[in-house]
Design a protein around this ligand. Structure first.
Ligand SMILES: [Mg+2]
Length: 184
């Protein structure tokens, strides 16, 4: 049976933080130390930006990729075409499925062995990962990794980012390449 893996999009392949920085008038490469930009940006301002994401058509499609991660995955898909890849995303907004598929397609990240699965925001990715039978997953959100790690016979990895360093996680990888090299 094919190995199945789940890959998160925002914070792993798509650079949402860079867009946030622009919308929040922060330096372009600014990365927050936690999810809420605590002590940096008022919560109301964060909510305003999130609302903009959800209501503007084309927002998701226009995100920049994390170049190294994108290239590592494109190579993996070319060379490991027996592996099934599931992009599970809880992003909200206009035409999430098509916007996401277009973004991935343009970058050579959609193949016959890949599937995009948008779930509703705040629903459990782990439930989907378990239902599909994914054996490996990678995410930049600590909570997602914690819940996925509880799935029997599943290996959940946290992609290191400034906003998840408070979490103690033994399965922490520094790059997507590092995660992909683990896949048997
Ligand atoms: Mg993410």
């Amino acid at each position: 049976m094919a190995v199945k893996i789940a890959i998160d999009l925002d914070g792993v392949l798509c650079n949402v933080v860079k867009r946030f920085a622009k919308m929040l008038n922060l330096p372009v490469d600014h990365e927050p130390k936690d999810w809420n930009y605590s002590g940096e940006v008022p919560l109301a301002e964060i909510k305003r930006v999130l609302k903009e994401f959800e209501t503007h058509p084309g927002m998701w499609r226009s995100l920049e990729p994390y170049k190294e991660n994108k290239e590592a995955l494109a190579k993996f898909l070319r060379t490991r075409n027996e592996v099934e890849v599931y992009y599970i995303t809880a992003r909200a907004g206009v035409d999430v499925l098509s916007e996401t598929a277009i973004w991935l397609h343009i970058r050579g990240l959609l193949t016959a062995r890949t599937t995009v699965i948008p779930i509703q925001p705040n629903h459990s990715k782990a439930d989907v990962i378990e239902a599909i039978g994914c054996e490996y997953s990678v995410d930049d959100r600590d909570l997602n990794v914690l819940t996925a790690a509880a799935i029997p016979r599943h290996h959940a990895y946290l992609l290191d980012r400034p906003w998840n360093r408070r979490m103690k996680c033994k399965n922490r990888v520094n790059t997507l390449q590092e995660f992909l090299e683990i896949i048997p």
